[in-house]
Design a protein around this ligand. Sequence first.
Ligand SMILES: Cc1cc2nc3c(=O)[nH]c(=O)nc-3n(C[C@H](O)[C@H](O)[C@H](O)COP(=O)(O)O)c2cc1C
Length: 192
Amino acid sequence: MKKIIVGVTGASGSVFAHKLIEALLELGHEVHLVYTDNGQKVTEFELDNSLTSLLEHYGQINRENLYLYENGDLFSRIASGSYGVDAMVIVPCSMGTLAKVAHGISEHLITRAADVMIKENRKLVMVTRESPLSSIHLENMLKLSKIGVVIMPPVPAFYNKPSTLEESILLSVGRILELLGIDNPHHRVWRA
Ligand SMILES: Cc1cc2nc3c(=O)[nH]c(=O)nc-3n(C[C@H](O)[C@H](O)[C@H](O)COP(=O)(O)O)c2cc1C
């Protein structure tokens, strides 16, 4: 069982966070969940659901393994390197949060937790989403990639021949789980 921080920001693609949280809880892992203000708003808008009912749904999968934090709460345990988590994923990751992490601006819990992951040499995966990408976005991604952060835009693959959008989303979620070092049923290795 792993302890995973999931940070949800206000980029498009909340469904990736939704499916990832479901999968982590179904597979028996601890989810330490934080939303930015816009992460919550975009989630509620894109999933046509309130955060309250989404949390109720996650709780029904595995209430004991679900921990929710306020993004303003810098006193919480995941703000500290002394609390041992296995990995963090920011999904979807906005260009704003990307820029803050790339420049060490850790004013809120998600950016602080990411800063901690970097300083403690722990796994940080950022599912960055924007299109097209400016030089600022690319430079920020390169800067973080060079120090070991995994930058994983949720780009769909077609060689797996997904027949539905859901299947395509789950393939990306499977890839995220694999990057977190978690065996899962959604990841398919390419076989020619
Ligand atoms: C519906 C919607 C979709 C958005 N999609 C993106 C996106 O894909 N990428 C991005 O960088 N920002 C996107 N934004 C803008 C961010 O939400 C905004 O820059 C915000 O300040 C990010 O802050 P946060 O990282 O604290 O959530 C979107 C905003 C809205 C309302």
